[in-house]
Design a protein. Structure first.
Length: 335
């Protein structure tokens, strides 16, 4: 399951922060673009900010078939830097402590909901699972090399609520249509889209795992199920089979269009949050950053710090693997 989780994590963090991985970059001032499920009060009247996401897929199996439904998303977390002054702790945009830069920024927390295992044959009506994330905050003190308190990092997140509704519709013997509908019912009023993002299910996606049955590819369904596959209605997401080619027990419903059985390139040193770019170019660009640019990259986000540290630790052999691979040369006829 490691490669399945890797694909799901790549979907979860696609576009989270982009090259040049610094807060000052214009492209990193407008984020959270994939798979957003917005508060209903904000969404109504805005076609591009939906408050629901729906997955529909086909499951083949008998009375023994069971399904686990897992919904994952990111929640925006506001990180505020506080500097200690004569008047106490005051909010600032950035603070340098012994050469290390701390920046105010939007981080993210992973949220995951797993619905109780269900049997499609036993569902007589919708199964509803509540999403309930209370508001909260954390404080992290900042001290200098002499142990003096010089500031703090405060992380705050707002409340989220909604539902995951699962229904099963028998189509004919041993074939069911499963519907998973995610709805954001978080109370919200006023403000702009940036404010609404604080109560959005960002990068939302659904993973389904079957026991005693198998999912049908919606990308390339068998001829006898093409009509049923075409009737599935997916809103803001697209289900694909994941796992080893030929396996049909796991389905990932992604806001990014993927092919069946997507893979992470074995040469990739780790996620760079930008599937539209080439790992080799991103890695070389990171290594070419100035010291000041690297300092800002470290201070922007824990995940950008991890990217920088991982990239700087790559061995020459790992770097060479990013440049491609030369296959064994063969002599053709007449050569």
């Amino acid at each position: 399951m490691d490669h399945v989780r890797a694909i799901a994590d790549a979907v979860l963090y696609e576009g989270y922060v982009l090259w040049p991985y610094r807060r000052s970059a214009m492209k990193n001032r407008h984020r959270w673009t994939f798979g957003g499920v917005y508060p209903r009060a904000h969404s109504e009247g805005r076609e591009d900010d939906p408050w629901t996401m729906q997955t529909e897929c086909l499951l083949e199996g008998g009375a023994e078939a069971g399904v686990e439904v897992r919904v994952r998303f990111l929640q925006v977390v506001e990180r505020q830097v506080l500097e200690r002054t004569d008047r106490g702790l005051e909010p600032v945009g950035e603070l340098s402590v012994d050469g290390e830069l701390h920046l105010s920024w939007q981080e993210a927390r992973e949220r995951e909901l797993v619905a109780p295992a269900l049997r499609p044959t036993a569902l007589e009506g919708p199964q509803v699972v509540e999403i309930d994330v209370p508001a909260g905050s954390e404080r992290e003190g900042l001290v200098d090399g002499e142990g003096r308190s010089v500031g703090a990092l405060v992380r705050r997140w707002r409340s989220l609520c909604g539902t995951v509704e699962i229904t099963s519709t028998p189509l004919h013997s041993r074939l069911f249509r499963l519907t998973v509908r995610i709805s954001n019912a978080t109370p919200w009023s006023g403000g702009d889209r940036e404010e609404a993002l604080g109560q959005t299910f960002a990068s939302a996606h659904t993973a389904l795992k079957a026991e005693g049955g198998g999912f049908v590819s919606l990308t390339d369904p068998p001829d006898h199920l093409r009509e049923e596959a075409a009737a599935c209605r997916n809103e803001g997401t697209w289900p694909v089979l994941v796992g080893e080619p030929g396996e049909r027990t796991t389905l990932l419903s992604s806001p990014i269009i993927l092919e069946d059985y997507p893979r992470i390139a074995p040469e990739s040193p780790g996620d760079l949050f930008d599937g539209g770019e080439i790992d080799q170019l991103l890695t070389l660009n990171i290594l070419s950053l100035t010291d000041d640019e690297k300092r800002e990259m470290r201070g922007t986000d824990p995940r950008t710090r991890e990217i920088l540290e991982r990239t700087e630790a790559l061995s020459p052999e790992e770097l060479m693997r990013l440049h491609g691979r030369v296959r064994e040369l063969q002599t053709g006829p007449g050569s």
